[in-house]
Structures are given as C-alpha cells and as structure tokens.
Design a protein around this ligand. Structure first.
Ligand SMILES: Nc1ncnc2c1ncn2[C@@H]1O[C@H](COP(=O)(O)OP(=O)(O)OP(=O)(O)O)[C@@H](O)[C@H]1O
Length: 634
C-alpha cells in the first residue's frame, strides 16, 4: 500500500510534468500568436495590394458609357461647370460598381459624388447620414433642383415614415435619393425588410455612407449604430458602397473598410492642404484674465468686424471666457452641451447673422457648421488630437479667403486634457500628437499636419502661411537635455523614496528650487525661464522619457509624472537628447490681420460669394438645426 510520502512524491512528479507541459503550451501559444499576427499582416498586404491596384486606374476619364450623361447632369441639373479634384474619379468608380471610400476635406464637395451618380442610372440611392439637420438641408436643396428625394429619421412624422417605407416598396417611385440615419436603419425591422424587397427587385442602385469615419472607434466622432452597417455589403451583394469622410488617417480608413466588410476597396483621397489658413501657436498665459485679455485684443483689433470661433475644452471655460469678453464690450455667444437645443440654435443663428462676432464654444459646436466667412478659429485650449484640431480649425476660411487658426498653448493644458480623455483607447497618443505640434518650432506646421494625414506637402505648399515658415530668423536653436533629464529623473526618484508623487508643477518647483526643501534638487536652478522648463517637461513626456500616472479623487483626476521607459537611456554611453527651442514670430494682436492671400482659384471665390449669399438666406433654417457632436457632455 502507498504511503503518504509515496503519494506526495508522485504529486511532485506530476507537477514536474505539468510544468513541462506549461512550458510547451506557452511555446505553442506564442507560436500561435506570431502566426496569427503574420496572417493578419498578410491579409492587410492583400488588401493594400488590391487598394493600390484599384487606385492605379485612371478613374477621371471621360470615355465611359455614362460620361456624356454625367457632364450634362453636372451643368443642367447642378449648374456646375467643372468638377473639383477627385469628384469625377469618385463618380466614375461608383458608377463602375466599385466599393469606394472618398476622403476629402470639409467643404470640398463630397455630396456631389453620390448625388450626381444617383441620377445617371435607374433605381434608388440609399444615403446614410448622421446629422438630421444636414439631411433636411440636402433634401430641401435637391427638391429645389427638382431631384426627387426623401428622408426618414427618428423625428419623422408617421406620414413621413410610411411615405419613406413606401418608396422602398413602390416599383414606380420617382425618388432617386432616400436619406436615413444609421439609428433608424439599425432599429427599424420594417425598413430593413422593405430595403431587401427593393434590392430583390434590382432597384437598390447604391449605398452612400456620409461621415463614414463614425464607424470607427478611432474616428473623432464614433457612433455605435454605424457598426450595424457592416451587414450591408453581404446583405446586398453587387450594390456599390460609397463611404465619404473628411478623416484621412490610415488607421481609421483601414478600420472603416474592415467594419463595412469592404477591405481592399478603392480609396480616393484629395489633398487636405488648406492653403488659405494661417497656423499660429501663441504662448498661453497662466491666468484666465490674461488669456481673455489676449483674445480681447485679437477680437477688437486683429479680427475687428470679422467672424470667428473660440474653442474651449470645458463648459466652465466657455462661460468664463464668454462673460469676460462681454464685460469688455465684445459681442460673443456661448455654446455648449448643457444648453437647451433651442438656446444653442439661437446662438448659432445670431453668429451666423453677424450679430455675434464670435462663438465661444466647446466641441459640442461641431458638425454642420456651414458658415463660409469664418476668418479666425482661436483655440483657448489645445484639441484632443491632431484629427480634432484639423476638423475644428478647418471651420475657418471655407470661402477660400485668408483665415487664421491660433492656438494658445501652455503645458498645464496637456494635463487638463489628458485627465479628460485618458480612459479611451489611444487617446493619450493622439493628444501627444497635438502637443508635439504645439511644441514644434522648427518644422512647417503644415508639414506636421500632412504627416498626420500620411501626405507629403512641400514647403511651397505652405507659402509662409504658418508661424514657422513666416519666421524671418532662420537660426534654429537647440537645447541639450542630457543633464536636465538626469536632474528630473533624480527629482522623481528622490520623491518616490519619500513616498511622494509629483505633478508636473511639483517637478518644476523642485527643479527651480521652490516648494518643500526635501523634494528640491541638489544642483543649481536652471538658467532659463520656467516656461522653457515647462516645454522641456512636456517634451520629455511626449517623447516617452516621462509617463503620466493617473489618480482619482472624489472630485477630480490628478495626473502625476513618473520616469518613463526611455529615461533608462540616460545611462547609455553617448546619450544625446536635443530639443529645438520654439521661436515666437512677430504676431501683432493689435494690428489688423493681413487680408491678402495669393490665390488664383477664381472658381472657388465665385462659389464662395454665392455661398455667402445663400448662407445668409439659409440662416433662418438654423432655427430647427440640431448640432450633434462626439462630446455631448461638453
Ligand atoms: N465642382 C464644384 N464646383 C463648384 N461648387 C461645388 C462643386 N462641388 C460642390 N460644390 C459646392 O461646394 C459646397 C460644399 O459641398 P458639400 O456640402 O458637398 O461639401 P462636403 O465635402 O460634403 O463638406 P462637409 O464635409 O462640410 O459636409 C456646396 O455648396 C456645393 O454645391
């Protein structure tokens, strides 16, 4: 009979075997992970090859069966003489039955890419759009052009809803474009079954998905119901899908194709450069009063009698800045998500009608702003990402005339914004992209924006329309950070030994020999200003020498800093780290902004005049306008 000792020995042997199995399993799991990564990357390569080969086709030709009809419809129905860049390519590709994603900056004319093809062949185009007010505007303007169009939204009356549902069933319907929100599509079984009937009868010509980046969690305004659209490609085979967006990052575009099940589709992208926008970073003062005083000068002198937007990152800031500016006699409206939708529409309208010189808004003031003569967009606080910054600043100068995009930057805002966004995936990396843009003082700001959109714009694309390129002093000064890195690392290590966590300000205090003596560094105070010190801390953070450590109290999120993974390299032989110092160009707050801008786009200016006139006319429509944004809580 076995003794307890025998059994225990046996257990040990089994444990040894189990340990061996575990090692083998780990090996195989690793192998499985590597193979899966390899498979994903190979699949991506296939999709890229497919996309590239489709993109190499010249879609802008005029020898298609439908080319004559397309040109005639352009002039006769839309009263437009020529296409803007990439519009014809988008139209030809979708008429050829290709799935495609069209990426064009705001105001470039994406709607024409699906409105015109809808009139070329029999059948109906389903347009999925996220914004009720824009859908209403489009249906109204199509109806004016005698193009039969209808819409169905969650606010549609019973009669409108049943009319829209009948459009799908009625073989003899005249409707060419049917607009619907993704929510309606996802939630109405009747709509989907009628759509299937329409498809079965061969009458579903095309599916256009406006603001298609809303599918992707990586996009700047993700909408959960857009995920539902993934079923369309399989449900309606051979019906071309045309996605449209102003979001151009490769990451979002890949994700969108995956979600819609149209991987490897054609991607048509026009340039994102906005040559008429002047980009400028201004040093932000520490106090709100000083900030308001800078904005006051800008509005009273630099942008006198001109229209613009001031973006803040919190409701409180928007109210404080608006009331501060009103106190000094400026006419500004305030706009944020805590206001009733009626009140928001009123503010929007007063701004549109030039009663308010500027709107002080959170990002709740988002999609659907179609005011062509916005001459300035001031960011009181940095945006959450370059993507958001491009969208927000891009609301300036839609008429093609010179406009300015001014951002007030100070290190403290990096932590304010990171405490707001850190919980969503990838948000910190996105924010650091924005910080790098602000800290940069040597590269053309346009080039940094271009890099973000995987584009390459040369210096000539800027034409001195950013504060870096317009700087007359070509000397670039750099600061060697090696010893400063060591000092900051030792400040943090020393505090950790005392069980103390440090915020960026506390690190700066210790560095500048302020604050509690035990936390102070042992060397000399730096021989540059504290604001340069702030730039260094922010630079070390975005370059991975420091990392943020988030802590929660009942009322707020505190961001402490720790030594990051790259800080280890300070011990490497020959370690070097240089930071280019920001150069502040002349920028007169109290002199009118230059108005000239070399531009030979006569077509654009003509269009803009028309658009200014029509936007005045349409301002009354704004009464019923609902602006939905990604951040309803700001
Ligand atoms: N080829 C063209 N020539 C002149 N005007 C055009 C042309 N194409 C479009 N437009 C006009 O440009 C304006 C902007 O077009 P549209 O609203 O489609 O832009 P968009 O790219 O959808 O912008 P957003 O992203 O802001 O919705 C409209 O007034 C439209 O009539």
């Amino acid at each position: 009979m076995k003794t307890v000792e025998d059994i225990e020995k046996e257990i040990k042997d089994v444990d040894k075997e189990l340990a061996k199995v575990e090692i083998e399993l780990t090996k195989w799991r690793n192998k499985q992970r590597i193979l899966q990564e390899q498979k994903t990357s190979l699949k991506k390569s296939i999709n890229k090859l497919k996309s590239d080969s489709l993109a190499s086709v010249d879609w802008a030709g005029t020898k298609y069966d439908w080319s004559e009809a397309v040109q005639k419809t352009l002039t006769d129905v839309f009263k437009i003489r020529t296409f803007r860049p990439k519009q014809l390519s988008a139209i030809n590709s979708t008429l050829s039955g290709q799935h495609a994603i069209v990426v064009m900056p705001t105001g470039a004319g994406k709607s024409l890419c699906y409105q015109l093809p809808a009139l070329i062949k029999p059948g109906m185009t389903l347009v999925i759009s996220p914004l009720v007010s824009l859908m209403e505007d489009q249906v109204r303007s199509l109806t004016k052009r005698e193009i039969p169009a209808a819409l169905m939204t969650s606010t549609s009356s019973k009669e409108e809803t049943s009319a829209a549902l009948n459009v799908l069933k009625d073989k003899n319907t005249k409707i060419k474009l049917l607009y619907v929100t993704p929510e309606r599509l996802a939630k109405s079984k009747r709509f989907m079954s009628n759509l299937q009937k329409c498809f079965a009868e061969g009458r579903l010509q095309r599916i256009a998905i406006d603001e298609v980046h809303c599918c992707s969690q990586w996009g700047h305004d993700f909408r959960p119901d857009y995920k539902f659209l993934g079923i369309l490609a399989n449900m309606f085979p051979n019906v071309p899908i045309l996605g449209l967006t102003a979001t151009a990052t490769a990451h979002v575009l890949n994700d969108v194709q995956k979600i819609l099940n149209i991987q490897g589709c054609l991607v048509i992208k026009s340039t994102f450069n906005r040559p008429n926008l002047f980009y400028k970073i201004l040093e932000k003062p520490t106090s709100q009063e000083e900030c308001i005083s800078i904005i006051e000068k800008l509005l009273k002198y630099r942008y006198k009698d001109q229209s613009g937007i001031i973006y803040t990152n919190s409701i409180k800031d928007s109210e404080d800045v608006a009331s501060g500016l009103r106190k000094v006699g400026l006419k500004v409206g305030c706009y944020h998500a805590n206001m009733e939708s009626d009140a928001r529409s009123k503010v929007h309208m007063k701004w549109h009608d030039h009663y308010y010189q500027a709107i002080v808004a959170t990002v709740a003031f988002g999609m659907g702003i179609d005011k062509p003569d916005v001459r300035f967009v001031i960011h009181h606080t940095i945006s959450k990402s370059m993507e958001n910054y491009y969208q927000e600043s891009g609301r300036a100068g839609r008429d093609g005339l010179r406009a300015e995009c001014v951002t007030l930057y100070r290190m403290q805002d990096v932590f304010k914004v990171s405490a707001m966004v850190f919980s969503s995936v990838g948000s910190i990396e996105h924010l650091y992209g924005m910080v790098k843009y602000c800290l940069n003082g040597t590269l053309c700001r346009r080039q940094l924006i271009a890099q973000h959109f995987d584009e390459d714009w040369g210096n000539s694309d800027c034409n001195e329309m950013c504060d870096v390129c317009s700087n007359t002093n070509p000397n670039i000064k750099t600061l060697s950070l090696e010893s400063h890195c060591c000092t900051i690392a030792s400040i943090i290590d020393n505090a950790e030994k005392q069980d103390t966590k440090l915020t960026a300000q506390k690190i700066l205090d210790a560095w500048y020999l302020k604050g509690p003596v035990p936390l102070r560094q042992k060397g000399k105070e730096p021989n540059f200003s504290r604001s340069v010190g702030e730039d260094i801390v922010a630079y070390l953070l975005v370059e991975g020498y420091l990392v943020a450590d988030f802590h929660f109290t009942a009322y707020s999120t505190v961001v402490y800093l720790k030594n990051g993974p790259n800080m280890e390299s300070i011990n490497d032989v020959g370690f070097e780290l240089k930071m280019p110092i920001r150069r502040y160009t002349e920028f007169h707050l109290e002199r009118p902004a230059p108005s000239e801008f070399e531009n030979d786009k006569i077509e654009d200016l003509n269009t803009s005049k028309k658009r200014t006139a029509s936007s005045h006319k349409s301002s009354k429509k704004l009464k019923s306008c609902v602006i939905i944004s990604d951040d309803e809580d700001v």
